[in-house]
Every structure is written in structure tokens, then in C-alpha cells.
Design a protein around this ligand. Structure first.
Ligand SMILES: NC(=O)c1ccc[n+]([C@@H]2O[C@H](COP(=O)([O-])OP(=O)(O)OC[C@H]3O[C@@H](n4cnc5c(N)ncnc54)[C@H](OP(=O)(O)O)[C@@H]3O)[C@@H](O)[C@H]2O)c1
Length: 248
């Protein structure tokens, strides 16, 4: 994708990676509309940074369609969808609470991006150059013991991204998969204090540089995520699982 002159919808832009990326894209000369469930946070970010905003809950069909209509009415030239919103919740399959967490994770991390993609595809295909960015994780390829459904939701989105890229081949729509490693955000409570994780700013620098340097990128893989991304094919699967799980 080009790095400037886009109009971007970024649900999941109220904190963490999404907010950091929204700021970088805005600085680089793009129009960014951020989305999330909390109107008060959206209002504050609009006042502070001049973002256009829309309230959206990606687990809800009607909310996503309403957000789509609002965003496109205000920005008929929208050409980038970044499906950033996601949750990561610890669970234990051996307990009765497991299924509630698993269902919530699937509804947010899998059905959420699929809802967004379904809602925006017709519009994006009509643009001369469009991008759908999906957001997975190194954990799509190397499992963290405490979050089975999260890991699997990201594997799903990896393969889904690979697959729809084939369907969009020859159209104006490009599929880019952002594959972050463990970062210091509050995705899980306390995660931003974990020294073993990459500081958010360092990650955004490296990821934005990769995006800029590779306009036809399929996956954005910073150095830190490569051991996880390729563990199963590079012969270090067991050691990588041990390394990843030693932080928890
Ligand atoms: N941080 C990491 O280590 C890491 C690593 C790999 C992948 N990722 C992925 O990166 C993405 C962003 O994570 P983050 O670390 O930036 O975490 P974060 O700070 O918790 O951000 C999550 C964002 O998603 C939004 N969100 C959650 N549920 C939503 C829903 N139902 N509808 C609409 N918005 C929703 C939140 O906004 P509201 O609360 O305002 O709704 C927030 O803006 C996630 O997909 C995550 O899986 C993160």
C-alpha cells in the first residue's frame, strides 16, 4: 500500500497498536477514522488528535453495518480497512468457565474481522487501490499455553488472509497481514510492564518501515516475531514453545 493520501478506517484505534498506528498514519498524511466501543474515549481522542471517530462493536452485525454506513457517508473515498480490534483472555480448557471465554474470543477475533471485511468489501473493490489489513500474532504459529482460543483465532485469521488474497488477486484490493510479537500494550492486564516484550514505539517504527519499503507486502514480520512465525518449519518448534511460555 502507499503510505500517504489514504483514507483509513481503523476499528481498534482507541488504544495500543491501533492508536499508535493511527497517529503514525495521520502524521504521514492520511485521513484516519478510528473506531471502538467507548464513545468517551473516542471523543477524547478526537479532541486531542483530530481523528474522525465512530462507535462500533465488532461483535455486533448491526453496529458494524451502521459504522460502515457512517464512515462511508463521511468518507466516500475510504480505501483502507485495518481490522485491528481484538481481545486476549486467559482461559483453561479444564475449567467450566472455558467456553464463555472461547466464545467471546471467537466472536471478537474471528467473526469481528469477517464482519468488517464483509461490510466493506463491495466499497473497497470499487476503489482504484484498496487495502485490507488483518492483524494476527506470532502466537498463530507457536502456542502460548494460557490462551488456546486466542492462538487459534489468530491461526484462523492467518489462513483466512492467505486465502482471500487469492480471491482478491487481479482486483484493486490488497491483503496485508500484520503479525505482531509480544508488545508492551494492555491487551492483557499488566502486559505493558513485561520487559521481555517489545516497546510499542519500537514496534511501530519497524512495522511502518517494513510497510513503506514493501508496498506489495503480504505479511509484516518484524525481526522479533520471526522465530515464532517460522518455528514449525525451522526445526526449533519445541524450543520456541518453551521460550514463549517461560514468560508466563
Ligand atoms: N500487544 C501484543 O502483544 C499483540 C501481539 C500480537 C497481536 N496483537 C493484536 O493486536 C491487536 C491490538 O491489540 P493491542 O495490543 O493494541 O490491545 P489493546 O490496547 O487492548 O487494543 C484493543 C483494541 O480493540 C478494541 N476492541 C476490543 N474489542 C472490541 C469490539 N468488540 N469492538 C470494537 N473494538 C474492540 C479496543 O477498543 P475499545 O475497548 O474502545 O472497544 C482497543 O482499541 C489485537 O488484535 C491483538 O490481538 C497484539
Amino acid at each position: 500500500m502507499k503510505m500517504t493520501g489514504n483514507t483509513i478506517f481503523l476499528p481498534g484505534g482507541t488504544s495500543g497498536i491501533g492508536l499508535a498506528m493511527a497517529l503514525r498514519f495521520q502524521e504521514a498524511g492520511n485521513t484516519v477514522v478510528i473506531g471502538g466501543r467507548r464513545p468517551e474515549v473516542l471523543a477524547q481522542l478526537a479532541a486531542e488528535h483530530g481523528f474522525d471517530t465512530v462507535t462500533v462493536d465488532i461483535t455486533d452485525d448491526e453496529s458494524v453495518r451502521g459504522a460502515r454506513d457512517a464512515v462511508l457517508a463521511a468518507h466516500p473515498d475510504l480505501n483502507v480497512l485495518i481490522a485491528m480490534a481484538g481481545i486476549m483472555v486467559a482461559e483453561d480448557v479444564r475449567t467450566p468457565e472455558f467456553f464463555d471465554t472461547a466464545r467471546r474470543t471467537v466472536e471478537t477475533n474471528i467473526l469481528g474481522p469477517l464482519r468488517l471485511i464483509a461490510a466493506f468489501t463491495e466499497h473497497l473493490q470499487a476503489q482504484p487501490a484498496a487495502t485490507i489489513m488483518t492483524v494476527t500474532s506470532g502466537l498463530a504459529h507457536t502456542p502460548l499455553r494460557i490462551t488456546p482460543t486466542y492462538n487459534a483465532s489468530k491461526s484462523f485469521m492467518h489462513m483466512f488472509s492467505e486465502s482471500i488474497r487469492l480471491q482478491f488477486a487481479g482486483t484493486s484490493v490488497q491483503i496485508i497481514e500484520l503479525v505482531p510479537p509480544g508488545l508492551r500494550t494492555e491487551l492483557m492486564p499488566g502486559q505493558s510492564q513485561v520487559e521481555a516484550f517489545l516497546p510499542l514505539d519500537e514496534y511501530i517504527d519497524e512495522a511502518m518501515n517494513l510497510l513503506a519499503a514493501n508496498p506489495d507486502a503480504t505479511e509484516i514480520l518484524v525481526e522479533r516475531v520471526k522465530p515464532l512465525r517460522f518455528s514449525e518449519v525451522n526445526g526449533a518448534y519445541d524450543q520456541t514453545i518453551a521460550m514463549v511460555n517461560s514468560h508466563h
